[in-house]
Design a protein around this ligand. Structure first.
Ligand SMILES: *Cc1c(COP(=O)(O)O)cnc(C)c1O
Length: 410
C-alpha cells in the first residue's frame, strides 16, 4: 500500500484517463464523491443548452422540432447509451424517469408471462422499484405478489412460479453487483423474464445486456451518465420482444404515426413505442453532453481505474478509521463503482466531511456512501478524502449539533 500524497499524485501522472477531467467543470478544492447520485457537469453542457435556448428555441421556435432534430433526440441518445450497455441501435430510447420506465417494462413483462404471478426482487432494492411494482400490481388487480430474496440467494429463489425477476444490477447502498449473466440464464431456464435496473451501472461498470440475454433494462441519466439534475432516463427492450412489447402508457408519441392524429392507438413498430409524450428537449441536450463524456473514454479503462480508486479508498479508510465498517464487497467481481461504510453516527460524520469540502452522501439508517467516477476523480482525491475522514473521526469533529440537523435530501 502506498502512503504519502505524492504516491497518489504519481498514480495520477500515470493515469490514462487523467485528461478526461478537463471535460468537466469540477470546482477547485472540492473532492466530489457523489457522482453516483448526481454526476458532475460537463463543460460542453452550458454552451449546448445555451444554444438550444437562444438559437433553436429563441430564434427558430417550433421549426426546431425538424430543423434542429429535436424529435430525434430520444432515439439518437438512446443509440449512444446502447453502446455503453451492450445493446444494439434501436433497442434503447430515452424517455421519462427511471420509475416510469420500470412501470412500462414491468407491465410489458407481466403481460408476456400471464400465467405466473410472482415478481421476484430484493427487499434491499431501491425503494422506487419496489413501490412501482406494488402500484402496478394493485392497478392490474390480477393477484401479482412481490417476493424477496437476499442478494446472494436470488439465483436459488427463481422458481417456476416466477413471472419476472426485477433487480438492480449494482445495489445503491452497498455497491454489491449481481452476476447479470448467470441470473438471467437461470431466470430463462425457469421460464421467467428479467428486468435489470442499471441506475448504478450504466457508465459505471461494463455492461453487456445482449451478451447476458437480458430481456428489459432501465437506467438513470443523472448519475454516472452526467445528464444533470432530473435528466431523463432510458429503457432497453431486447429486439426479440419489440414486436410484442405492449406498455400501458400509450401516449401519442409512442404511436406508429403520431402526426396522423388518428383516434385509435397503434404502437410504433420499434423502440419508439416505449415513448409516451413530448421529449424534454433542454434536458435531452444536457444528457447528450453527459453521455458523450463517457463515449470519449474506454469502458475497460474506466473499470480498471474505478476498481483501483475504490481499492485505494477502502485500504486507507480501513487503516485510518477502524470504527467504520465496510459493507461493499472486497471481491472485484461483486463491486460496482462505490464504497460504503456503516457507523451509527453516519449522518453527522458525512455532514462534517461535507463541511470540509469532501462530498459523499448518507443513506439511512447508517451508511456513508462514496461514489467513484473515474472520468473526473483523481487518486489524489482519494487520499485527500481519506485524510479528511481520518481527521473527522479522530478529532470527533462530527460530534456537533449542527451536523445532526437533518436536511430534506441526504
Ligand atoms: C436513482 C435510482 C432510481 C431513480 O428513479 P427516478 O425515477 O429517476 O427518481 C431508480 N432506481 C434505482 C435503482 C436508482 O438507483
Amino acid at each position: 500500500m502506498t502512503h504519502t500524497r505524492q504516491d497518489y499524485l504519481d498514480l495520477d501522472a500515470k493515469d490514462p484517463l487523467a485528461a478526461q477531467r478537463a471535460l468537466f467543470d469540477v470546482p477547485e478544492g472540492l473532492v466530489y464523491l457523489d457522482g453516483n447520485s448526481l454526476g458532475a457537469m460537463p463543460k460542453a453542457t452550458a454552451a449546448r443548452v445555451a444554444h438550444v435556448l437562444t438559437r433553436e428555441w429563441g430564434r427558430d421556435l417550433i421549426k426546431s422540432w425538424n430543423t434542429a432534430g429535436w424529435m430525434d433526440l430520444p432515439r439518437k441518445i438512446g443509440d449512444k447509451i446502447a453502446r455503453l450497455i451492450g445493446a444494439n441501435a434501436g433497442e434503447v430510447i430515452v424517455a421519462d424517469s427511471t420509475s416510469i420506465n420500470l412501470f412500462k417494462v414491468l407491465a410489458a413483462a407481466l403481460r408476456l408471462n400471464p400465467t405466473r404471478k410472482v415478481i421476484l426482487s430484493e427487499r434491499d432494492n431501491f425503494p422506487t422499484d419496489l413501490y412501482m411494482a406494488q402500484g402496478l400490481s394493485e392497478l392490474l388487480g390480477q393477484g401479482h405478489t412481490l417476493e424477496f430474496a437476499e442478494a446472494d440467494a436470488v439465483h436459488n429463489a427463481i422458481s417456476q412460479e416466477t413471472a419476472v425477476v426485477m433487480l438492480t444490477h449494482v445495489n445503491y447502498r452497498t455497491g454489491r453487483m449481481h452476476d447479470m449473466l448467470s441470473i438471467t440464464a437461470k431466470a430463462h431456464a425457469m421460464g421467467a423474464l428479467v428486468i435489470w435496473d442499471l441506475a448504478h451501472s450504466a457508465g459505471a461498470v461494463p455492461v453487456d445486456v445482449n451478451d447476458a440475454g437480458a430481456d428489459f433494462a432501465i437506467g438513470c441519466g443523472y448519475k454516472y451518465l452526467n445528464g444533470g439534475p432530473g435528466a431523463p432516463a432510458f429503457v432497453f427492450v431486447a429486439e426479440r420482444y419489440l414486436a410484442e412489447f405492449v406498455q400501458p402508457l400509450t401516449g401519442w408519441l409512442g404511436h406508429a404515426q403520431p402526426f396522423a392524429f388518428d383516434w385509435k392507438y397503434a404502437p410504433a413498430p420499434g423502440i419508439e413505442r416505449a415513448i409516451c409524450g413530448t421529449p424534454p428537449v433542454l434536458s435531452l441536450a444536457a444528457l447528450e453532453c453527459g453521455v458523450d463524456t463517457l463515449l470519449s473514454a474506454d469502458m475497460s479503462a474506466i473499470r480498471q481505474k474505478s476498481l483501483a480508486l475504490t481499492d485505494a479508498f477502502i485500504a486507507l479508510v480501513e487503516a485510518n478509521c477502524p470504527e467504520l465498517n465496510l459493507i461493499t464487497p472486497r471481491e472485484h467481481d461483486l463491486r460496482g463503482s462505490q464504497a460504503a461504510f456503516t457507523h451509527p453516527e453516519g449522518y453527522a460524520i458525512m455532514q462534517a466531511l461535507i463541511s470540509r469540502g469532501v462530498i459523499g452522501d448518507f443513506r439511512a439508517p447508517d451508511i456513508l456512501r462514496f461514489g467513484f467516477t473515474p472520468l473526473y476523480t483523481r487518486f489524489a482525491d482519494v487520499y485527500d478524502a481519506a485524510e479528511a475522514l481520518r481527521d473527522v473521526m479522530q478529532s470527533r469533529a462530527w460530534d456537533k449539533p449542527q451536523f445532526r440537523q437533518k436536511n430534506k435530501v441526504t
